[in-house]
Design a protein around this ligand. Structure first.
Ligand SMILES: *Cc1c(COP(=O)(O)O)cnc(C)c1O
Length: 410
């Protein structure tokens, strides 16, 4: 008799976004006049069209695919050399960080990579995951059988939660006990917090001392405006020995629907075998990608490469300036409303404390029914997110301005 993966039954049935959709639908059905005026600031998806440099490169690549002389079939599973080189050069070597072209693995998304990385890790690792958190890190470990059941608060047995609260600036302190795998995401989704060089250095020091693997999600690095804040974990000496970095073109180039990302696995990064010998992870990830992946579309990789041209860079800057302009408008409105406001300076998310003891979902309902604005309740990202909500700056300027007006009018 075929058996299913029982671990999936432990998952808290993806309650956040379906529950938001359910409440929005119910409100719109009950209030058909208000429905057209509902503005969504909930889901973290970009709204602005692709940079023209990428569009031109993808048109050209598509024409190449239509001619016998320039047609391409399967590409390298690790990504085309032209893109691996552009990434390693512009994102790392030009910034003084030692990363080789063949340490870059091009993929169809950081979400996938964050989950797939578990293929090359053992099953007995002690896990450190922040609270609140991007739910992918938790759920993929549940699916892989690395946790027990969830308790009433949604916390899984077998995960060491690292609280991210106002008192620590939403950056977790290194724990007293040794952990084997720790997920860090900076700039952070959902809190919009960044980690300073000193804070990241403390994590690298901890990781080297405990032979911990840091899984560093830098999907929002392009949003950093503070010149002192590191864009990559590899800006910290020693990180090549303890960290894997995930990066994506989703939030800088607006590739959420186009799909292209990459993972950096330094050849100097080791992990222990069952017998305690230390071996490099790079050949395992290379093998994993060769066996289970056939690469990102040639056309899309040309589109991603174009983001590194001078025109592409200027257009990406324009997109980020647009979203961060929204963030400034939304931040100011939430401040004027007298709410505690975090994030929104080096990240496209604003993390706001709810007023006068309202729960995250109570605030969600009030924003929906009174302001007709959809936000994300902080409790959906973890127990420590209770009492907060997330406003996304991914929107048109007109929508951001209208949301700001409505927040002030509440
Ligand atoms: C959007 C996002 C990503 C990017 O995911 P893709 O699969 O590359 O689109 C990664 N991490 C976090 C925390 C995100 O919010």
């Amino acid at each position: 008799m075929v058996q299913l993966n029982d671990n999936y039954l432990k998952l808290k049935a993806g309650y956040l976004f379906p529950e938001i959709a359910r409440r929005v639908k119910a409100f719109c059905e009950a209030n058909p006049d208000a429905a057209p005026h509902v503005i969504r600031c909930g889901i973290g998806d970009v709204t602005e069209p692709l940079p023209p440099a990428s569009i031109a490169a993808m048109h050209k690549a598509l024409d190449e695919m239509g001619a016998r002389e320039t047609f391409r079939g399967y590409g390298p599973e690790q990504g085309h050399e032209f893109l691996r080189h552009a990434i390693a050069r512009h994102d790392y070597r030009d910034r003084g960080i030692e990363i080789a072209d063949d340490e870059i693995f091009v993929s169809d998304g950081s979400k996938c990579d964050c989950g797939n990385i578990l293929d090359i890790l053992g099953h007995g690792n002690r896990l450190g995951i922040t609270d609140p958190v991007y739910p992918v890190y938790v759920d993929t470990n549940v699916m892989a059988g690395h946790t027990g059941e969830a308790d009433a608060s949604g916390a899984y047995a077998g995960i060491h939660y690292l609280p991210c609260v106002a008192a620590n600036g939403f950056v977790p302190e290194v724990p007293a006990e040794p952990l084997d795998v720790v997920y860090l995401c900076f700039p952070n989704n959902p809190t919009g917090a960044t980690a300073s060089r000193a804070q990241l250095a403390a994590w690298v020091e901890y990781a080297l001392a405990n032979k911990t693997l840091l899984l560093f999600d830098a999907a929002y690095e392009a949003y950093i405006s503070d010149p002192e804040t590191p864009h990559s974990i590899y800006e910290i000496p020693g990180a090549r020995e303890c960290a894997i970095e995930f990066r994506s073109f989703s939030k800088n180039g607006g590739f959420t629907g186009t799909r292209c990302a990459f993972t950096v696995v330094p050849k100097t990064l080791l992990a222990a075998t069952a017998s305690g010998e230390r071996k490099p992870l790079h050949p395992l990830w290379n093998r994993r990608m060769s066996t289970k992946f056939n690469g990102v579309s040639y056309i899309v990789q040309r589109g991603a490469e174009a983001l590194y041209t001078p025109e592409g860079q200027a257009q990406v800057r324009g997109l980020i300036d647009h979203y961060m302009g929204n963030a400034a408008i939304l931040r100011a409105a939430a401040k004027d409303a007298g709410l505690p406001v975090f994030g929104g300076v080096n990240a496209p998310y604003i993390w706001v404390g709810t007023p006068s003891g309202l729960s995250s979902w109570e605030l969600f309902d009030r924003m929906l029914t009174q302001a007709r604005v959809v936000i994300t309740p902080g409790s959906g990202f973890g127990a420590k997110g209770e009492g907060y909500f997330r406003i996304s700056a991914f929107n048109s300027r007109a929508n951001a301005e209208e949301v700001a007006r409505r927040i002030r009018a509440l």
